[in-house]
Design a protein around this ligand. Structure first.
Ligand code: ZN
Length: 256
């Protein structure tokens, strides 16, 4: 019998490595560069980083946050993202067990983190996260049988249709692009993971978070772009974890 903590450690190690890969995606996808080749280089001196200097979190700590060759500092962002994704995979395995739902939670969280950081920095959401994530969401839903797949397809269609309508209506109302295509594709992917009720929770929560956080920050600066994907990502994570509870609460509220 293999003890439970073995699986939790394995999930964490897997997460740390996906975090390392997410770092590569965050840097390269907005530049339309391959995330597979070439190997990682030091951004300062351009020297190739050896595998033993590329171990998640550990290498950064051992090298005290500096490049082995040029000694220049390496951003704290790298180990921070690795650690965050590692903890997300641990939490998913802990909460949902070593199940397909646990895997879906871990993958979904990783995708949302990549989307949030990229949208905040570049105001864009690469297709690899959205269309790629949609493919993963649909495949994982199959583990729940045909019902699982139908739920995911209906969720994806709801996300696409609703956001497409909001974007169209916004453009009519404000005579300029109110919402980017990236947001529409993102919500299609989100729908495949959280279903149609989850899409509604995400959209409502995203608008709420955006209003509470972004509006005060951009006060007096009306031209500032809104990285709506950041708020949608936060709300989508809430919808995944608490969606069923929120729906049940709302139904009780309505007296259904
Ligand atoms: Zn260097």
């Amino acid at each position: 019998m293999i003890p439970d903590y073995f699986f939790l450690i394995a999930a964490t190690l897997l997460g740390l490595n996906f975090g390392s890969f997410l770092n590569v995606c965050i840097v390269r996808l907005p530049e339309d560069e391959s995330v597979v080749k070439p190997r990682s280089k030091c951004p300062k001196c351009g020297k190739m980083i050896a595998w033993y200097d590329n171990i998640p979190v550990l290498s950064w700590v051992l090298l005290r946050g500096c490049c082995r060759h040029c000694g220049q500092p390496i951003s704290f962002q790298y180990p921070l993202i690795e650690l965050t994704v590692g903890l997300m995979w641990l939490a998913s395995a802990w909460w949902y067990g070593i199940t397909v739902t646990g895997l879906a939670a871990a993958v979904f969280g990783t995708l949302l983190l990549g989307i949030a950081i990229t949208d905040a920095r570049h105001y864009l959401i690469p297709n690899e996260y959205t269309w790629g994530g949609l493919g993963v969401g649909l495949v994982l839903s199959l583990a729940g049988g045909l019902d699982g797949l139908i739920t995911a397809v209906v969720g994806a269609a709801t996300g696409f249709g609703l956001l497409y309508f909001v974007a169209w209506a916004g453009e009519k109302a404000f005579k300029k692009e109110a919402m980017g295509g990236g947001d529409i594709k993102m919500m299609t992917m989100v729908g495949s993971f959280v279903g149609w009720q989850g899409v509604l929770i995400t959209l409502f929560g995203g608008a709420l978070l955006g209003t509470l956080i972004f509006v005060p920050l951009s006060f007096g600066n009306r031209e500032r772009l809104v990285p709506f994907g950041v708020f949608l990502a936060g709300a989508a994570a809430i919808a995944f974890v608490f969606g069923d509870a929120l729906v049940a609460w709302y139904m009780g509220f309505l007296g259904v």
